[in-house]
Design a protein around this ligand. Structure first.
Ligand code: HEM
Length: 420
């Protein structure tokens, strides 16, 4: 059956991405109760996909590819050039294995231990302060945690500078003007820093522990033989520490959820199962990565819509996580929805969908969950604090979004009962 796919007539909708933010695709696709909608982005015909079926198509490797899909301004800031995100087929699978091999249970346990240790250390300094902003503190803490976990030496003096640069990569990529330019410049500085380190490790001038990202990336060979170019290796090392720092946004959103649902704090401290569901709901509910891009590999027809080879395709992550066909009362924060959740690879997709090894699904889902677990336990039971009057609302037009105040805390006291 040929269905008439709704289209935006004539208009280029690039500016609407800025106007509608996270709801750009959702507003168009879900209003028509379909999984696909045609529009024009950057002057080109673009298919917008949403929902479980849309995600299934987006991750079909026979029909979609990533090379040439990512806009160059995102590569120059957020992702870097030559990284795993833009690879396809066997070359992608080989590079992806490098990341997947870092995610062993014992390495994830290490990350949990490092994160808890740093929370305790950081909070000791809060006791003498009038107030702190959780987002700023978490950025610095996760920069330290990410570097320690990856085996990257980082002095106390250098940490604030690197935290600022890493956050600029995340914050500036979707902006225009000076904010975008500072993101590009931050990437240049970070890549230079890590390239030097990789060259030193390769020359035997710097020790790197086996099993840690610095060592594994410095010694990794491409599928066709040679070691990664130092610049590509730096891009991949940044693909570990940049997103780890980005988890700070989930930590702040989680703190807001605890504030708005005070009963959750007690449940988090007492019930590991509840904490796991709370983490999943923070990842589903709050805005982070809005959408992804791919290109059609060949001509084909799907749900009555004709895709043309090379055509740009965008997948709605935020909208799929809020799709009423998949989630009951999607705009309510309800951790218990995960009690009997039997998911697929294509419904809960804040960090992408499909298979971790074969598709581009985020290999950092486990470290993200590990850091959130250690952090929420600490915030729920490791300290007590008061919550002064402030604005913790956030905008769905701002990408990436964040509660406005960054979550201010006052009168912080360390609790006696230890957090494990
Ligand atoms: C705030 C937490 C995070 C979010 C929201 C997030 C989100 C995402 C998304 C949406 C993708 C793209 C999936 C696709 O293209 O299909 C992705 C890919 C990726 N993520 Fe994450 N991520 C997070 C944390 C992490 C962490 C902690 C790491 C590493 C330790 C990581 C490493 C990567 C890498 C290397 C890729 C590229 C995978 C590929 O192209 O095959 N991410 N992430």
């Amino acid at each position: 059956m040929n269905i008439k796919i709704p289209k935006d007539r004539g208009m280029d909708r690039t500016l609407s991405i800025f106007k509608d933010g996270y709801e750009f695709i959702q507003k168009r696709v879900q209003n028509h109760h379909l999984d696909v909608f045609e529009t024009r982005v950057l002057g080109k015909k673009t298919a917008l996909l949403s929902g479980e079926e849309g995600a299934r198509l987006f991750y079909d490797r026979e029909r979609m590819k990533r090379s040439g899909a990512m806009p160059s301004h995102i590569l120059k800031s957020l992702f870097g050039e030559g990284g795993v995100q833009g690879l396809d087929g066997a070359v992608h699978e080989h590079r992806k294995l490098l990341f997947m091999n870092l995610m062993t249970p014992s390495r994830l346990h290490d990350l949990h231990t490092i994160t808890t240790k740093l929370w305790k250390h950081t909070a000791d300094n809060w006791v003498s302060k009038r107030k702190i902003v959780l987002f700023d503190e978490t950025l610095l803490l996760l920069t330290r945690a990410g570097c320690e976990w990856a085996g990257i030496p980082l002095s106390d003096k250098e940490a604030p500078k690197r935290a600022k640069e890493l956050n600029l990569l995340i914050e500036g990529a979707s902006k225009v003007g000076p904010k975008y330019l500072s993101s590009v410049s931050a990437r240049k500085h970070l890549e230079e820093w890590l390239m030097k380190m990789i060259e030193n490790v390769r020359a035997g001038n710097q020790l790197a522990a086996e099993g840690r990202a610095l060592h594994e990336i410095a010694t990794h060979h491409d599928i066709n033989g040679p070691p990664l170019q130092a610049k590509t290796a730096a891009v991949e090392l940044l693909n570990i520490i940049r997103p780890l720092v980005a988890v700070s946004r989930y930590i702040v959103f989680g703190a807001c959820a605890m504030q708005e649902h005070p009963e959750s704090k007690i449940k988090i401290s007492e019930n590991e199962g509840y904490l796991e569901n709370f983490i999943q709901e923070v990842r589903r509910f709050y805005p982070f990565f809005p959408f992804l891009a791919a290109r059609a590999k060949n001509d084909f027809t799907w749900q009555g819509y004709s895709f043309k080879e090379g055509q740009l395709v965008m997948l709605d992550l935020y909208g799929t996580n809020h799709d009423p066909r998949l989630w009951e009362s999607p705009d309510k924060f309800m951790p218990d929805r995960f009690i009997n959740y039997v998911g697929s690879q294509y419904d809960l997709i804040p960090q992408g969908g499909g298979d971790h090894y074969k598709n581009h699904r985020c290999p950092g889902e486990w470290p993200t969950i590990e850091v959130m677990n250690a952090s929420f336990k600490f915030l729920a039971s490791g300290i007590s604090y008061s919550f002064p009057k402030q604005d913790i609302s956030y905008s769905l037009r701002e990408i990436p979004s964040l509660p406005k105040s960054g979550f201010v805390m006052k009168n912080i006291r360390i609790n006696k009962s230890p957090v494990k």
